[in-house]
Design a binder for this molecule. Structure first.
Ligand code: MF3
Ligand code: CO
Ligand code: CO
Length: 279
């Protein structure tokens, strides 16, 4: 537990720049999404935008990952590789952007993702996407010193399951900073009163992967693409956050709402300590 790094406010201000760039990239992508675009075109947009801002896409070459962004469509849970797939009306797509700024060894990482609607979503698609959006909102709103990660995981799980969805177990949020994936592991399920106790200056992501059907997953032969085992739809949202003296600062918060997603200011959940599911 003592392996979780604490960052100074000066370091946070450096990291904020990479987080803002990642957030801006999601806004830019929202403006380009439409039926007919390919995921390879999304990759090019992210790649070029990142380099134009003197940053580097963290995923390119990361453990052999071959692209500058992850594009996960419909039943793809995460780590979808951009390619010739043409998006069609009714699809949902998660775009997961991680920027390194400045582009030097040990530059700062900013990691954020959102799920977008391509054209008009089905009621099922809207359901899983809006549940996932809310799961992130709940998790982020609970972040403050002395809260335990198990409290956050439990609240996310309780909400998702109360809405008939399931939480993927194999992938978690993560500490982030000069490294992409660090301690702690941030589970989106769990037990109240367990896990790492948050301290001011900890930086990590929350990124619940929510399935419309069962929680089980499998991998494609490309060793990256993760799908729901039952082929049900899956949605995800991700922010990079820092624990502050009194609560949380969402480093990847957007300056403008996303188009092609039902992005909106978060409802004031107040101090969520024990979440009560909606009826
Ligand atoms: N951005 C992803 C995350 O949220 C990680 C993608 S790693 C890749 O942690 F290699 F798949 F790109
Ligand atoms: Co992440
Ligand atoms: Co990510």
């Amino acid at each position: 537990m003592s392996r979780v790094l604490i960052h100074s406010s000066r370091e946070i201000e450096e990291m904020r720049a990479s987080c803002e760039l990642a957030a801006d990239t999601l806004v830019m992508i929202g403006e380009h999404l439409r039926p007919g675009i390919t995921t390879a075109e999304i990759n090019t947009l992210v790649h070029d935008y990142t380099l134009a801002h003197k940053a580097r896409p963290a995923t390119l070459g990361y453990r052999g990952y071959p692209a500058s962004v992850c594009t996960s469509v419909n039943e793809v849970v995460c780590h979808g590789i951009p390619g010739e797939q043409v998006l069609k009306d009714g699809d949902i797509i998660n775009v997961d952007v991680t920027s390194i700024l400045p582009d030097v060894p040990n530059g700062w990482h900013g990691d954020t993702s959102a799920t977008y609607y391509v054209g008009e979503p089905s009621p099922e698609a809207r359901h899983v996407v809006e549940v996932a959006r809310r799961c992130l909102e709940i998790g982020v709103s609970m972040v403050k010193p002395e809260v335990r990660l198990g409290d956050i995981g439990a609240a996310i799980q309780e909400y998702a399951e109360s809405r008939g969805c399931s939480v993927v177990r194999e992938y978690t949020g993560h500490g982030i900073g000069r490294v992409f994936h660090a301690e702690p592991s941030v589970r989106h399920y769990g037990k109240v009163g367990t896990g790492v106790r948050l301290k001011k200056g900890m930086t990590f992501t929350i990124e619940p992967m929510i399935n419309l059907g069962r929680k089980e997953i499998f991998h494609l032969d490309d060793d990256w693409t993760v799908l729901t085992r039952d082929r049900s739809l899956s949605a995800q949202f991700e922010h990079t956050v820092v624990v502050t003296r009194s609560g949380v600062d969402v480093l990847t918060k957007r300056r403008a709402p996303l188009t092609n997603s039902e992005d909106k200011p978060w409802a004031d959940l107040g101090p969520v300590t024990c979440f009560t599911p909606e009826p």
